[in-house]
Design a protein around this ligand. Structure first.
Ligand SMILES: [Zn+2]
Length: 468
């Protein structure tokens, strides 16, 4: 009964009732969780608005600047305090034309997109023989003479799974392939897209040429096109015929331009209790509208912080950061850390950057003295179907730096089964987001934040594990 009254209070009022404000922390957190699950619209409105009014937001471009202005307006309208931009400069790479075709023995077009920081072909492209490899290790092991002057193709066998653990190992063709191919004198490289769909949508993504590696044209083939090329190579090689490809990739650098983070706060009542920092990244790749990666994560954390704010001032300040330039190397993460490491005592970080599907697992890197806090949060999340994992939380690309330097983190792991169908592809659009799963995310984040922000005990971090 008490819960019903609290739920009604949380759902119906935009200001805290006295009874609600005085309820035990866990009851308040449960009521806020249930209200978010039943009716959050802030997250959907945020992701719908950002992807519709701004669309793609590639780092350092005028589109990302428009996204910052949009976010400042929206966060201010939602009532957040200390809304501000943390600007920084970065070199900006933009794609140009992109075409691939098999010239012989089976002439046909293939769908390709340039990887970040790809070198350029001449405007009319290059034509060369294709040499294929099953992995970066196989490319590495090949004699340079087998690669020199050729277009390297590297495939992989990434499969969809819940925790996204394939992205690290199977991402090697994109991350290391271009550098290895360049050092061996390749004319260019194309890789099987780092994705799990079977549509003719290529997946772009960051790569950086290592020391001594001349930038060469580097592209990703859509997965059906990569499989087609594998069949063509196998058949042609069996017949003793070379496969020749024409490749046109004309990206370029436009110079140094401004990027930036957008920061907003829910001020706490107890400055000595420390600050909780949460968020996601505002920039996106340019092919889709960055709905799943990562308007959703930004929207989820904004909506959860907003729910805490609407319920009354929390004990701890909650800082929401919408990072710039995550996709292209994380200049936003570093800038935010450098600007804020001395400002207030950050005691907990959490990042949402794995799409919009439901949270299925929670992991902690709280200190032993916070065992009870971890138990309370896990109990609040269990009704949402969330299990407790055994690994230590590490936050993500933007907030992981805090954890690595000894701050506590809580990870709310999302189901990644569909994530790499859309990630960095033209198919990353609003229609891929399930509003009910988005609300479940907001509910989970709201419950976690409510419990952590108002925890009466100090928040302490687990010791940092040495990197594996
Ligand atoms: Zn992302």
């Amino acid at each position: 009964m008490k819960m019903l009254i609290l739920l009604a209070a949380a759902a119906a009022l935009s200001f805290p009732s006295l009874a609600f404000a005085q309820a035990p922390v866990a009851d308040r957190a449960a009521a806020l969780r249930d209200a978010a699950l039943a009716g959050d619209s802030v997250a959907w409105d945020f992701v719908e608005g950002l992807t519709t009014e701004v669309g793609q937001r590639q780092a350092g471009t005028e589109a990302e600047a428009r996204a910052r202005d949009w976010a400042v307006r929206r966060l201010t309208a939602l009532g957040f305090a200390n809304v501000r931009i943390e600007p920084f400069e970065m070199p900006v790479w933009v794609r140009g034309e992109e075409r691939a075709e098999i010239v012989s023995p089976f002439p046909q077009r293939l769908v390709v997109t340039a990887l970040g920081n790809s070198g350029a072909t001449p405007p009319r492209g290059i034509e060369a023989e294709v040499v294929g490899f099953d992995s970066v290790a196989a490319l590495q092991a090949a004699p340079d003479a087998a690669v020199r002057g050729r277009i390297v193709f590297v495939t992989h066998n990434m499969q969809a799974n819940q925790d996204g653990s394939g992205y690290g190992p199977f991402g090697a063709p994109r991350r290391q392939g271009p550098t290895v191919a360049s050092r061996k004198g390749a004319a260019a490289i194309v890789v099987r897209s780092i994705g799990t769909d079977h549509h003719r949508n290529p997946h772009t993504g960051a790569q950086a040429f290592g020391e001594g590696a001349r930038p060469i044209p580097a592209g990703a083939l859509a997965i059906p096109d990569a499989e087609q090329l594998q069949r063509i190579l196998a058949r042609a090689n069996a017949q003793g015929r070379p496969v020749r490809m024409r490749l046109v990739l004309t990206p370029r650098y436009t110079g140094r331009h401004q990027s930036g983070n957008v920061v907003a706060e829910v001020p706490g009542t107890d400055p000595g209790a420390g600050v909780i920092v949460i968020g996601g990244h505002l920039d996106s790749w340019d092919l889709g509208t960055g709905a799943v990666d990562n308007a959703a994560g930004v929207a989820i954390t904004v909506a959860a912080a907003h729910r805490i704010m609407q319920a009354g001032r929390p004990r701890r300040t909650i800082r929401v950061v919408l990072f710039g330039a995550e996709e292209v190397g994380g200049g936003g993460s570093e800038t935010h850390f450098n600007l804020n490491r001395g400002a207030g005592n950050v005691v907990l970080v959490g990042e949402s950057d794995f799409g919009a599907d439901r949270v299925w697992r929670v992991e902690f890197s709280l200190g032993a003295a916070n065992a009870a806090l971890g138990d309370r949060i896990a109990a609040l999340l269990a009704p949402l179907g969330i299990v407790r994992g055994r690994d230590a939380a590490g936050a993500g690309a933007d907030l992981g730096i805090w954890r690595r330097l000894g701050v506590a983190a809580i990870d709310l792991n999302q189901d990644g089964t569909r994530y790499f169908d859309y990630h960095h592809s033209p198919d990353d659009t609003l229609d891929k987001i399930d509003p009910a799963q988005l609300r479940q995310n907001v509910a989970a984040w709201t419950a976690m934040l409510a419990a952590a922000a108002d925890a009466p005990e100090p928040i302490v971090a687990a010791p940092v594990q040495p990197a594996r």
